[in-house]
Each structure stands twice: as structure tokens, then as C-alpha cells.
Ligand binder design. Sequence first.
Ligand SMILES: [Zn+2]
Length: 124
Amino acid sequence: MPRDLTCVYRALDVAEADIVAAWLDDQGITVHVKHRHAGSQVPLTVAPRGIEVCVIDPAQVESAEALVREHLQHRKEKTDENAAGRSIEAVCEECGKASRFPFEQRGTVQTCPHCRRYLDLPEA
Ligand SMILES: [Zn+2]
């Protein structure tokens, strides 16, 4: 095993580490994932700080770090998108039209955007 590995990413599990490693590999970065040999169920006692994705070639560390930042940013945007995309549908008893509301408003009383009457949003 090469010495002086530089860890550029700590994943919470092997699956995530593999995604980052494969992605970096696609960008031409040679990586080594620590603890991979332990299988998919790595106990936290083995990897208390997560699964480390390391760069073997010191010359590639900088670009790898930049790529990881990009990856994290992209993932965050995706998560935000998912959260924003979560909504519930409610059918107004007064006018019979369906409307979508933010998921956070489930189980509350809102106003029907079509007829402006009160509308009970379902729990889920
Ligand atoms: Zn209505």
C-alpha cells in the first residue's frame, strides 16, 4: 500500500465512499478507499471518523479536493431540491379542485387558492 495517502473525503458509509471514489476515478484521480475490505457493514469502532477516501498521488490532491467540494455542493443542491419538491395534494371540499401545498403544512388548515375558502390539508 502506498504511503502518505491524503484523505480528501470522509464518507459515512462504504456505499457513499464508493460513489465518491468512483467519481474521482472518472476524473482521472487515483484513489484508495480505506476500510473497504471490511465490507459494507463497517462498524463505527473500525471507522469512527467515517470511511476515508484517499488520494494516492500527492500531485492530484488539490484537484481532488476541489472536485470533492464540487460534489458536496452538487449533493446539497440536490437535497434542497428534494425538500422543495415535497408537497402534498389536497382537494377542496367546496370547489372540488386539487391544489398542492408545501409538505410542512400537512395537517393544517389553509386557504383554497381557487375559492379562498378554508381547506383542511391531509396529514400525509
Ligand atoms: Zn376551493
